[in-house]
Design a protein around this ligand. Structure first.
Ligand SMILES: [Zn+2]
Length: 264
């Protein structure tokens, strides 16, 4: 039986960590509870765990379809995701969905400014293409929280070298839009990423490197610098299955990235 580490981060908001350090969240309103991503607890189900935390009807919001975020989607009747995920190369999409591709046609499409009312708690969606073509972030107005999946990494770099990742040029537009979208709502939200232990795993920043508006600003500068050639990366070894071409790392300020130099 999988062990889950549960942290109550607000009243009726929980962070759940599976054994592979995938992070997902439960956010409860007066009427409905939203699960944001699912982790990937092979051989276990997550509904029994969620039922220990809430009796409310459950919906699932996927930040993106990588298996470590979507593995348990077949346990839910109502699933929201951005259908731009289907722009991923078909072979990689099927690999990531681990045999659950037929569930995609049953999901509800969400995009920027889509709002989901849980009952006195509204979750707003912002599309942040980059890591995947249909990555989204979820903003919780009530508690000023933003759940970002892998869209900006979790503190030790964002993966942009994957099959299906957008070009850095598209990513820079996406990040700039995301920052403006957030600033229209809040000046300093609390960020919760898809692999929360990574904030302590940065190779460049010793100690704690939490997601923040500052890190997001650094990430925009980093991506812009790589596009313009004012920042140089260095090649790294990486298993072929995780990259569409060569894999390079680069860093600026608090931001780190892994990218494909042939996909600027
Ligand atoms: Zn991912």
């Amino acid at each position: 039986m999988e062990h889950f580490d549960i942290l109550r981060i607000r009243d009726r908001v929980y962070r759940i960590l599976d054994e592979k350090a995938d992070t997902f969240y439960l956010v409860e309103g007066d009427d409905t509870a939203a699960v944001i991503d699912t982790g990937a607890a092979f051989g276990s189900r997550i509904i029994p765990l969620l039922r220990e935390l809430t009796p409310k009807p459950l919906i699932l919001i996927l930040t993106h379809v990588h298996y470590d975020h979507s593995f348990h989607m077949d346990e839910f009747k109502t699933v929201y995701m951005c259908h731009d995920e289907l722009h991923m190369p078909g072979w990689f999409l099927h690999q990531m969905l681990m045999g659950k591709a037929d569930r995609l046609c049953e999901t509800h499409h969400i995009d920027t400014d889509y709002a989901i009312d849980l009952g006195n708690r509204v979750l707003e969606i912002c599309k942040v293409p980059g890591h995947t073509p249909g990555s989204i972030a979820v903003f919780d107005q009530l508690d000023n929280l933003v759940f970002t999946g892998d869209a900006i990494g979790s503190g030790c770099g964002v993966w942009m070298q994957l099959p299906g990742s957008t070009s850095l040029t598209e990513y820079e537009i996406s990040l700039s839009h995301f920052m403006k979208w957030l600033l229209n709502r809040t000046s300093s939200p609390e960020f919760w990423g898809g692999h929360c232990l990574q904030r302590w795993q940065s190779a460049k920043i010793p100690g704690d490197n939490p997601l923040s508006m500052g890190l997001l600003a650094d990430l925009i500068d980093l991506v812009r610098g790589l596009i313009e050639g004012t920042i140089q990366g260095w090649q790294i070894d990486m298993a072929q299955e995780f990259r569409a071409g060569e894999a390079f790392n680069a860093a600026y300020g608090r931001a780190e990235i892994t990218y494909n130099p042939d996909n600027l």
